[in-house]
Design a protein around this ligand. Structure first.
Ligand SMILES: Nc1ncnc2c1ncn2[C@@H]1O[C@H](COP(=O)(O)OP(=O)(O)OP(=O)(O)O)[C@@H](O)[C@H]1O
Length: 218
């Protein structure tokens, strides 16, 4: 920026295993979103390597990177980013259409995924006809559409009230139990405890990396 170099993350050595449910947390500006973007091949590191499913993200051409993000990564954003003119089902179908699936199969897959996230009765609703929590569930169904190796979420509960946020984290827990690999970013240390592993960043580095013990009664 203005000729100055900002080192957003540095010296990070991390392995996320298949089936893991990890939260990245830490104060504003510590590099959480940057790390998530590196994992999702949205950004490429200036030095160091990011391997996803054995593939070095820096080795991808632009076309390969687009294909990689479409097929290997599901991304969920704080502000949902659904297409406002499309129904819930059509939003989930979009990445499937991009991946070349025919219309009949995409409709069936969208119905199945929206059922999974608890919105089987909201297929034809547009985003404005859905609550924030419901919109985030549509965004999760969309992110899962192409069976990604890795689901990434940046402050997924940031726009939701506390109760809705808790229910969304329960859905993440369900995804984890069903074998998905999930990494989400949150600045909220309490929200981070919903994960199985909490990676805390400070000033672009890993300050701690701890397993969360199962809560009593869980
Ligand atoms: N495109 C960019 N150009 C220059 N500096 C950037 C850029 N993106 C991020 N940074 C800087 O890199 C550092 C890490 O930013 P990042 O967005 O990863 O932090 P964060 O932990 O996600 O913060 P927040 O919780 O506030 O979203 C910050 O100092 C930020 O100012």
């Amino acid at each position: 920026m203005g000729g100055a170099t900002v080192q957003a993350v540095r010296g990070i050595d991390l392995t996320i295993r298949r089936g893991e449910f990890a939260a990245i947390t830490g104060p504003s500006g510590c590099g959480k979103s940057t790390l998530l973007h590196l994992l999702g091949a949205v950004d490429i590191p200036t030095t160091g390597r990011v391997l996803v499913n054995g593939r070095d993200t820096a080795s991808l051409s632009d076309r390969e990177a687009t294909e990689f993000r479409l097929r290997q990564i599901g991304f969920v954003f704080q502000r949902f980013y659904l297409m406002p003119t499309l129904s819930a089902s059509e939003n989930v179908e979009l990445p499937l259409a991009e991946a070349g699936m025919d219309k009949r199969a995409r409709k069936a897959r969208a119905r199945e995924l929206l059922g999974y996230v608890g919105l089987g009765d909201r297929l034809d609703h547009r985003p404005t006809q859905l609550s924030g929590g419901e919109q985030q569930r549509v965004a999760i169904a969309r992110a899962l559409s192409n069976e990604p190796a890795l689901l990434l979420a940046d402050e997924p509960t940031g726009e939701l009230d506390a109760d809705t946020g808790v229910r969304l984290l329960e859905l993440f827990g369900q995804l984890h139990r069903d074998g998905r690999t999930l990494v989400f970013v949150t600045h909220d240390a309490v929200v981070a405890q919903a994960a199985q592993r909490v990676i805390r960043l400070h000033d672009g580095r890993v300050a701690s990396d701890t397993a969360v013990h199962a809560r009593s009664g869980a």
